[in-house]
Design a protein around this ligand. Structure first.
Ligand code: PLP
Length: 292
């Protein structure tokens, strides 16, 4: 399933920037989307190599990670279970998880905080379980995301990604360092107080470097929060470029790039690449806000 691939690099139209490109990891797969494919790749290999046949993971009710895990498990002949944060709900994402055969265990916020206990109790009652952390955060995920760098042009001046846990960003940074590139990595935390992302990344990579830049002012109020100007930008971007982006992650990243460009942050002909991390099902979580 996780065969070698190169997602396409597509040029964007922009009035000032002549070299703005998108790495279309959203096209890797509709359900194991973008960075979730990169993150799960080595975890699934590890699970299978260790004779584990049952993935157990964690996420919110609108988590792209849950759909990706459910889909990857089904395609690999593995069972899957998710502890879903909060009370029982039904939405587009959970319907897909359920169709892929994922067992959903709705868990109140208090119990959910102690994921290790949830997992230990579950694992004691089931055989062959394999723990996957919320959002897929792991060293294997970092390794999978580092491979993205090998698919990019070496003369990339700026690489952008959105960050939730910072695992993808850690992988990209590791890839840049391993390849000895001069590429600057720009991370857009989608949560408030995004400086914590540097801390998260530092458990995998050395983050003390001026070419690793966090832009912490593009969270629009916090995780899965939006503002009218973000939604207006997103609609305008999709219609103008013909590329879907989502309000939780990639719209905030593209907004940041356009905002920085407006403030003459870049040299005119520098090569800028935005990593499209997928997650388009996230649009469904905001469908009411997006209709005119
Ligand atoms: C999960 C997700 C992210 C966040 O990735 P992290 O590795 O947790 O920082 C970014 N973009 C999209 C579209 C996602 O689904």
């Amino acid at each position: 399933m996780f065969t070698a691939l190169h997602s396409p690099l597509q040029q964007l139209k922009h009035t000032h920037l002549s070299q703005l490109w998108v790495k279309r990891d959203d096209l890797i797969d509709p359900y194991i989307s973008g960075n979730k494919w990169r993150k799960l790749k080595y975890m699934l290999q590890d699970a299978i190599a260790n004779n584990k046949h049952h993935l157990v993971t964690f996420g919110g009710a609108y988590s792209n990670h849950l759909v990706a895990t459910a889909s990857a498990a089904a395609r690999s002949g593995l069972k899957s279970t998710a502890f879903v944060r909060g009370e029982k709900v039904n939405n587009e994402m959970l319907v897909l998880c359920s169709l892929y055969g994922m067992e959903l265990i709705f868990t109140d916020r208090e119990s959910y905080k102690n994921k290790n206990v949830c997992y230990a109790e579950y694992a004691a009652k089931h055989t062959g379980t394999y723990f996957i952390d919320e959002g897929g955060a792991s060293a294997e995920a970092v390794q999978g995301c580092a491979e993205i760098i090998t698919e990019l042009p070496q003369d990339t001046a700026h690489l952008f990604c959105a960050a939730g846990t910072g695992t993808t960003a850690a992988g990209l940074w590791q890839g840049i360092q391993h390849a000895g590139l001069k590429t600057k990595l720009h991370v857009i935390p989608v949560l408030k107080g995004g400086e914590f992302i540097r801390e998260e990344m530092s458990s995998y990579v050395n983050t003390d470097h001026t070419d690793l830049i966090l832009h912490t002012d593009y969270h629009f109020g916090g995780y899965a929060k939006t503002k009218p100007d973000l939604l207006a930008f997103m609609k305008q971007f999709i219609a103008a470029q013909g590329i879907l982006i989502d309000p939780v992650y990639t719209a905030k990243m593209f907004f940041a790039i356009h905002d920085l460009a407006r403030h003459n942050y870049f040299e005119k002909d520098e090569k800028i690449i935005a990593l499209h991390t997928g997650g388009l099902l996230g649009i469904m979580g905001m469908k009411d806000k997006l209709l005119p």
